[in-house]
Design a protein around this ligand. Structure first.
Ligand code: G6P
Length: 473
């Protein structure tokens, strides 16, 4: 409100800020992990607004500050908040439930209470950062109650919400003991954005079944507390990347030299396959390793000719399901390498690390085949980054039909990661694909990715919010 010192006409709210606080005095801030930050940071650098979020470490209290052209407003989370709200409800209840229960969600009342409490804190921080009549854009599953809480605090605001992960089918969603509260929380927004049309319709169905509100096409009629009603829009706005950034990096002589160096260091294999994921059970890393290991065992691939580079960046390391996954993946990698490696060649170069973008693009340039085998994924920006980086129109994208990106990237080799035999056949097909077919497919993929960048995504979403503002007056 106007009595606050620094208020903005445009405010973004997400669980994470684009940078994480570290304990390293040499490098006190590090880029935050994940697709949300990848997509939002370039947009926020060009936008004159504030970004409200958590600096990634428990107990850190900081005043608002500016970095890289962005005005950041830190929200403090105690160690208990991190355990119950972030690791618990966000990442051990909502995350597995919304990713089709690949891992069993845990429903704990204590976690829910912390989720409500912390969502309120984010709503209060956003309310304090927003000028009269400002636009506030809330992001992702950690903050589903913020739209409603914020509307109660500040009815003057125009509120958008974007959901970066899948929204599950009603039969799964209805497991959630707090299913009504979460729907009501989201419906506090004027515009609710999803990655895929299917996510938006899953949401609308849950609203009809649980709340009995009318939904027509993308409109949902929401009754108002004091009587009357308003219309909320629930619609797909598929997210994308800053394509020019990747094209530029792919042209950079330093990145190209690094790509050549990587290939050399692998012993110049004929073909390099690549997987790039947060180490998450939704990504199908185990299925990918199984298919690749069997191809080597069967003799259809030879370790002298083919190497798989698997980047698995550390994620949510204190959540049980993630610890277990790490053990499984590392056991599988060790077993495969142990049985097929030669002194000069390794089957899987496994990297449990995160890398700067320059190194990622060098890896994309090295990769003859990119493997995206997610069991469920909101979008998967890695698929788009690979395509944007292939300025030579070569390389093959193998893409799971369970990633949101599959709706757009029809010229990829489409796979069902659960079907290991088919996955093996498609990996071999990708490895053997002629340059002419690679070119034909890659050009089509590149056209699609360039036609719909992260700027188009944010422009479309903000235009919908503007229309909501017009409709109010
Ligand atoms: C996904 C989610 C983001 C999240 C990111 C990294 O992309 O949609 O909301 O920030 O993963 O996960 P983390 O738990 O480290 O924030």
């Amino acid at each position: 409100m106007t009595d606050h010192a620094a208020v903005s006409d445009f405010v973004v709210v997400s669980n994470r800020l684009p940078v994480d606080r570290t304990d390293d005095p040499e490098e006190p801030w590090r880029r935050s992990p994940g697709g949300l930050v990848t997509a939002l940071a370039p947009f926020m650098r060009r936008t004159d607004g504030a970004w409200v979020g958590w600096p990634g470490q428990a107990g850190v209290e900081l005043d608002p500050f500016e970095t890289d052209g962005m005005q950041l407003v830190p929200v403090t989370l105690s160690a208990e908040d991190v355990e119950l709200y972030y690791e618990g409800f966000s990442n051990d209840t909502i995350w597995p439930l919304y990713h089709d229960v690949i891992s069993p969600p845990r429903y704990r009342r204590e976690w829910w209470q912390a989720y409500v409490r912390v969502n309120r804190r984010f709503a209060e921080a956003a309310a304090a950062a927003a000028a009269d009549g400002a636009t506030v854009w809330v992001h992702d599953y950690q903050l589903q109650l913020v739209p409603k809480l914020l509307r109660e605090l500040r009815p003057d605001l125009v509120i958008g919400y974007f959901h970066h992960i899948p929204f599950p089918a009603y039969g799964l969603y209805s497991q959630l003991p707090w299913r009504r509260q979460v729907l009501e929380g989201l419906l506090g927004a004027d515009v609710i954005g999803f990655q895929r049309v299917a996510d938006a319709s899953n949401f609308a169905r849950s609203v009809r079944r649980q709340l009995r509100y009318d939904t027509k096409a993308t409109g949902i009629t929401v009754p108002q507390p004091g009587g009357g009603e308003r219309l909320a829009l629930a619609k797909a706005f598929p997210i994308s990347i800053d394509v020019d950034d990747y094209v530029q990096l792919a042209h950079s002589p330093a990145v190209r030299a690094r790509a050549a160096e990587i290939r050399e260091s692998l012993g110049n294999p004929k073909k390099v396959l690549l997987g790039v994921d947060r180490l998450d059970y939704t990504k199908g890393i185990g299925h990918r390793l199984k298919a690749f290991g069997e191809l080597l065992d069967d003799g259809r691939l030879d370790v002298e000719d083919v190497t798989l580079i698997q980047v698995a960046s550390p994620s949510r390391e204190r959540v049980d399901a993630y610890m277990q996954l790490r053990d499984e993946v590392e056991l599988a990698v060790g077993r495969i390498n142990g049985s097929v490696d030669t002194v000069g060649h390794t089957a899987i170069r496994y990297l449990h690390q995160s890398f700067p973008r320059e190194e990622m693009v060098a890896l994309y340039l090295v990769a003859d085949v990119m493997l995206v085998t997610a069991l469920r994924d909101g979008m998967n920006l890695v698929a788009k980054e690979y395509v944007a980086s292939r300025i030579d129109n070569r390389g093959v994208l193998v893409l799971s039909e369970f990633a949101g990106a599959a709706d757009e990237l029809g010229s990829a080799i489409r796979i069902n990661p659960h079907d290991i035999d088919a996955l093996k056949d498609e990996i071999v097909r990708a490895i053997e694909m002629t340059p002419a077919e690679q070119g034909r497919r890659m050009r089509a993929l590149r056209r699609r990715v360039s036609d719909h960048t992260v700027d188009d995504w944010s422009r479309d979403f903000l235009a919908a919010l503007d229309a909501a503002r017009q409709a109010r007056s």
